[in-house]
Design a protein around this ligand. Structure first.
Ligand SMILES: Nc1nc2c(c(=O)[nH]1)N[C@H]1C(S)=C(S)[C@@H](COP(=O)(O)OP(=O)(O)OC[C@H]3O[C@@H](n4cnc5c(=O)[nH]c(N)nc54)[C@H](O)[C@@H]3O)O[C@H]1N2
Ligand SMILES: Nc1nc2c(c(=O)[nH]1)N[C@H]1C(S)=C(S)[C@@H](COP(=O)(O)OP(=O)(O)OC[C@H]3O[C@@H](n4cnc5c(=O)[nH]c(N)nc54)[C@H](O)[C@@H]3O)O[C@H]1N2
Ligand code: SF4
Ligand SMILES: [Mo]
Length: 711
């Protein structure tokens, strides 16, 4: 008899409820859980692939050790001891900074990794901490720190109560939303239109989201800060500024926008002046409205400025901390104290990277400096690397250089279920238990959810006796490495054993009880037992105003114009004045059936047409003799890749689009299905030196490329 289990899908930020039917040790079906109060039965095709991940024969089940090209299985204790002794020796000889850590995106979706994993990896005493943050949301976190006083206080669009949703540099119909946890964004956007509201998308590509909007406006890549300054200029000029939160910096913001008339901005952004005025007016005069910016505004040369201005413009139009606007959540487990407890401290530019002086953020360096920190000799040189839940050879710009650097390391260990393009370079791979073998609670994502919700998922399958959870692996390594020089070895082991006994459930219990819906609500407050009794999750209601109480700024005000940003404005002036280049500009794209670099080993997801293609406007194609069904070479100073071409007027003229996370032909990876749909890695040709100079975030979008017809 099949048994149905309910849990959250942890594959993207939407946190949909799934109903998984199991017979013995096989998953029979995965469906949307209609009783989940948040997702109400919605799932995307990736949700179904949870079964594929669990049963994938390519998924590693035992620690693996590489000698040359040969891999052999190891027992866990043997593997831990070996990795521990290698890393300890490197640290003893070269100091703690010689060990670098890279944490990838799935970390955020894994309860064990956001709790004990952080504790273990962030307390190794190395300055060489890296993660996907600097390829992603760093500018939003920086703006949250600068404006609201805590890097985790990123406000989210109150999409369900908004009557105007301006979407800048995000494509939630493909991505399912980001820093906006909202299952079924498509349905939620439709609801806006059904209640008479409007959805407007500004994007260099007429995306899947734009197709469902009232209006789509092309915007030139990298020009969002200019657009936003021009909108802010118009707000001041038309006396439409309406502050509803305690704030400082209004006059500085007025001054900063003074020269950015919509007319001046138009040739830079490609957005006509009349359109800018209309957008500003609509945002200011619609009582419930929001401007939502996401990765397109972050991963560009002016990502810092653009992310700041996205928040600022909502504040200026009375849409910060108000229903239908950009709001702060009240999650059942408050991640702010938790993050502090687990070693994630806020701060910016407290130190600089050794080789090229890039700023630290939140205790991490931008991943763009990892290769040079490995390759440049001298005190503090990186000699060993720990990767966890990441694939930086494909996901970071200049992947081939990073690969070369990694090959020169003394030692590398990867905590990852797959032998992928990065982990195949490791000396040891430590594969964690499967996604269905551990418990789950979206500690991180519930804090960015458009409704306050709580859901606990117990493990669906018992962990195999010879499997280890991510957090157990992290703790085991920590017990062998520990805080450099701070704790005696036996104390480390005692601490680890204690945490090992407690498990992440203890953190949940503590978080729920001390959180806003816990003990202070008395007998009926949230606890782990209560969560277990509600397997579909608990709805805690719509978002509520949180200011000024929630602010972490010393003066309890929103800082509209932090100096960090004002000092970066001259850089924008300089670049904005330059004539447009005649080269094509490349942007990225996501597909609903893909997930960064790592779900291409699911047959059901990758079947169908080639998705790793170049999108190009018909005129740009014909100017280059590129024809439909043909192939094109995309070249930069770093090299070139060749891809099949799709000619489409959904692209802005002068802009081409290539997705990331492909390139599965590399020798030595064990991804048998992905290898049949290999594609090419766009990060082979994206220049790692292109960054947002303010924040250190990689400028993944806006790369100038030469596109020619492939012979
Ligand atoms: N050109 C370009 N590059 C980009 C982007 C872009 O838009 N354009 N996007 C960037 C963004 S936003 C991101 S977040 C990064 C993502 O880049 P990364 O975080 O470096 O890598 P992923 O492709 O997400 O690979 C995730 C890895 O984690 C493993 N994994 C999955 N689940 C688990 C788990 O539970 N435990 C462990 N230990 N491992 C697990 C998978 O097997 C896989 O190897 O890519 C960035 N790179
Ligand atoms: N199916 C699927 N879902 C995912 C992922 C995935 O790989 N696949 N990845 C997950 C991750 S790690 C993340 S971070 C989120 C990201 O979630 P989103 O931010 O929604 O990501 P994208 O779909 O890449 O949308 C970015 C949009 O910005 C546009 N753009 C590019 N450059 C510019 C620019 O300079 N200005 C403006 N205004 N727009 C620009 C692109 O055309 C694109 O439509 O998605 C998550 N969800
Ligand atoms: S939208 Fe995200 S959370 Fe929902 S089923 Fe798809 S991958 Fe899972
Ligand atoms: Mo991301």
């Amino acid at each position: 008899m099949p048994v149905t289990h309910y849990r959250s899908c942890s594959l993207c930020e939407a946190t949909c409820g799934v109903a998984i039917e199991v017979e013995g040790d096989r998953v029979v079906s995965v469906r949307g859980d209609a009783a989940d109060p948040f997702s109400k039965g919605y799932i995307c095709p990736k949700g179904t692939a949870l079964a594929d991940l669990h049963h994938d024969p390519d998924r590693l089940r035992k620690p693996m050790r590489r000698d040359g090209d040969t891999w052999t299985e190891m027992a866990w204790d043997e593997a831990y001891d070996y990795v521990g002794s290698q890393l300890t020796a490197i640290r003893a000889q070269h100091g703690p900074d010689a060990i670098a850590v890279y944490q990838g995106n799935p970390t955020v979706h894994n309860l064990g990794l956001v709790t004990f994993g952080q504790l273990a990896l962030r307390t190794l005493g190395t300055k060489n901490m890296y993660s996907a943050t600097s390829l992603d949301q760093l500018p939003h976190m920086l703006a949250a720190l600068m404006m609201f006083g805590n890097q985790l206080l990123m406000p989210v669009p109150d999409i369900d109560r908004s009557d105007l949703f301006i979407c800048l540099g995000a494509n939630p119909l493909a991505s399912n939303g980001s820093i906006m946890t909202a299952p079924d964004v498509k349905g939620r956007l439709k609801a806006i239109r059904d209640r008479g509201g409007k959805v407007i998308v500004l994007d260099p590509r007429r995306t899947e989201t734009a197709d469902k909007a009232d209006r789509h406006v092309f915007i030139r890549p990298g020009s969002d800060a200019v657009l936003l300054l021009a909108m802010i200029h118009e707000l001041f000029a038309a006396k439409l500024v309406k502050l509803t939160v305690p704030a400082t910096g209004l006059e500085e913001l007025r001054a900063a926008s003074a020269t950015w008339t919509p007319e001046r901005a138009a040739p830079i952004t490609g957005v006509p002046a009349a359109e800018v005025r209309e957008l500003a007016r609509a945002l200011a005069t619609t009582p419930r409205a929001v401007l939502y910016g996401r990765i397109g505004v972050c991963v560009q040369e002016f990502g810092g400025l653009a992310a700041w201005l996205c928040y600022a413009i909502n504040a200026l139009t009375g849409h910060l901390d108000t229903p239908g606007g950009l709001m702060f959540t009240t999650p059942a487990i408050d991640p702010l104290p938790l993050a502090a407890m687990f070693g994630f401290d806020g701060g910016f530019a407290r130190w600089k990277s050794r080789v090229s002086g890039k700023p630290e953020f939140g205790g991490e360096l931008p991943v763009t400096v990892l290769a040079e920190e490995i390759e440049t000799a001298g005190p503090g040189q990186v000699r060993a690397l720990i990767t966890c839940a990441g694939n930086p050879v494909l996901s970071t710009p200049g992947g081939p250089r990073l690969e070369r650097a990694i090959r020169g390391l003394d030692f590398m260990v990867s905590i990852d279920p797959y032998m992928n393009e990065t982990t195949r370079l490791a000396n040891v791979i430590l594969p964690p238990s499967s996604v269905l073998e551990h418990s789950h609670y979206d500690v991180a994502l519930a804090a960015f959810s458009v409704r306050n919700v709580a859901k606990y998922s117990p493990p669906l399958f018992e962990r195999h006796a010879d499997a280890r959870h991510d957090w157990e692996i992290c703790l085991a390594l920590w017990s062998r490495l520990g805080l450099p020089g701070k704790l005696p070895r036996f104390a480390q082991q005692v601490v680890t054993r204690l945490f090992g006994k407690l498990g992440p459930e203890t953190v949940l219990e503590l978080g729920l009880r001390t959180g806003p819906y816990g003990l202070r609500r008395g007998r009926h407050g949230l606890s782990l037992a209560k969560m277990r009794a509600h397997p579909h999750g608990i709805d805690l209601g719509p978002l509520e105003p949180r200011l000024p109480g929630r602010l972490g700024t010393k003066d309890h005000r929103v800082h509209l114009a932090p100096r960090t940003y004002l000092e970066d404005l001259p850089r924008l002036e300089k670049v904005a004045g330059k004539p447009q280049s005649s080269e094509l500009i490349m942007i990225g794209r996501r597909h609903l059936r893909s997930n960064n670099s790592w779900m291409h080993n699911s047959e059901r997801l990758v079947k169908g047409p080639d998705r790793c293609t170049l999108l190009i406007h018909p005129e740009d194609a014909s100017n280059r003799g590129i024809t439909a069904g043909g192939r094109a070479r995309i070249a930069t100073a770093l090299g070139s890749i060749e891809l099949a071409v799709e000619i489409t007027d959904e692209m802005m003229r002068g802009v081409v689009s290539v997705p990331h996370g492909w390139g599965h032909h590399r020798k030595g990876a064990r991804l048998s299905i992905a290898a049949t749909v290999a594609g090419e890695s766009v990060n082979d040709v994206i220049d790692p030196a292109r960054i947002d100079a303010l924040s250190g975030t990689s400028a993944l979008t806006g790369q100038p490329v030469e596109v020619t017809r492939a012979p």
